[in-house]
Design a binder for this molecule. Sequence first.
Ligand code: FAD
Length: 456
Amino acid sequence: MGKSLTEESVAPVRDAIGGTVYLRGDEGLAAEVACFNPAIRHDPEVVVAVASEADVAEALRFARENGLGVRIQATGHGSETPITDGLIISTRALDSLEIDPDARLARIGAGVRWAPVIAAAAEFGLAPITGSSTSVGAVGYTLGGGLGPLARSHGFTADWVRGFRVVTADGELVTADDTTNPELFWALRGGKGGLGVVTEMTLELVPLRTLYAGSVFFEGDAVEPAFQAWIDWSAALPDEATTSAVFLQIPDMEGPPPPLRGRFVFSVRFAYPGAAAEGERLFAPVRAAAPVYLDFVGEMPATAVATIHNDPEQGAPSWIRGLMLDSFDQQAGDALFDLIKPGSDSPFLAVEIRQLGGATTRDTADGTAVGGRDSTHTLSTLAADPGTFAELAPARAAQIAEVVSDRISTVTNVNWSAGLADKAAFEKTWPPAVFDRLARVRSDWDPQGVFPFEPR
Ligand SMILES: Cc1cc2nc3c(=O)[nH]c(=O)nc-3n(C[C@H](O)[C@H](O)[C@H](O)COP(=O)(O)OP(=O)(O)OC[C@H]3O[C@@H](n4cnc5c(N)ncnc54)[C@H](O)[C@@H]3O)c2cc1C
């Protein structure tokens, strides 16, 4: 337990840094650490909005002197539970971004979201391997592994990291790459937290100007046959193509695109980073499966990657559970559909299945701490009506987990698990040997436990 903080006690750190210090109760604190999910509100004892690596070191010195646990936040997309103690380092202002087109590398500051990286890389015909939403923070996403719309062709984003700059618990600035501090480098690629404050990540970019990609929508009687066709079609899809499928129960209200309002639809997403004609050929069976309601699949610039999933830019209160699976077939599909089809009283706005495989199953030559390489699919449920968060959504998610229980992966991925909200889930977030090795790296680099990273 830390000492209680006063204006006087924070004065030295205020004077020492270029960024801003917010004590609990200060105007601006809530905005600085606002979360994507507005149902979660952080209220720590103090927030340090850092403006430089030196500020990070100062914030850590202050935290050690005052016995404060330190959490790190960039965009707030990853917040699962409110933080009500200790110190949050907010990295939003660490917005440096540099592209080295000859080496095909991006140097990405800790506060940078994917969208600017995509735009800067595209000037040279290059692209980062990103997630579905380009407003997610590049560093926070990648520290967990990172599974996006090109997962099967290009693997986890962590597989493309070439190095990190990290301020460690004792305030030292270190590099972690394949030759310098390689064990820390291993841990930061998938180990997520409890290791240090990453101030910059060096990411290899890929030459990529266009994709054959997008999403199609089915509605009404077409939903069930399209889903059944997707299951068989995706099982035979080559590794170069990535697909996911989502059931959406869209409320009849302002906001969603008018053709989707008040409808239950099934959408197939697709991304093929090769020739458009081949992409079109690969995708043809989906178009032929049932009458297509809306079709947004075609050749697109690689910069339009966020339009494949169309994740919301603005967060709304939500309740999310993610699972990883070892298989998905017609039997699992039938059981799932029964629980979420119209008339089932399903509370979920979205039920999403992403197909993994191909490059997601292959670790890098030097190895990473990424969890979930053996899984074949992710399965996520998202409820958006706060009235369902306490009982109906958890109960229905448990029913869904029950019908796929024999397929649930023993190991999951930290970006996909209830992670820090649940001890059992946390322990399954990495293979046992990786979990133990990560614990050793964390205690080597943070022996005092400055960065709490465990279920709360
Ligand atoms: C709309 C949406 C779409 C998503 N899509 C995908 C997807 O396609 N694939 C996928 O794999 N995940 C996805 N995610 C999950 C996302 O990758 C994680 O929530 C990720 O942690 C978000 O990182 P952030 O920095 O944006 O969030 P934040 O909440 O700011 O940070 C999350 C965590 O990352 C760590 N962290 C962040 N910055 C640093 C740093 N500089 N140093 C050390 N630790 C740091 C901390 O542990 C922090 O608690 C999605 C999430 C949302 C909300």
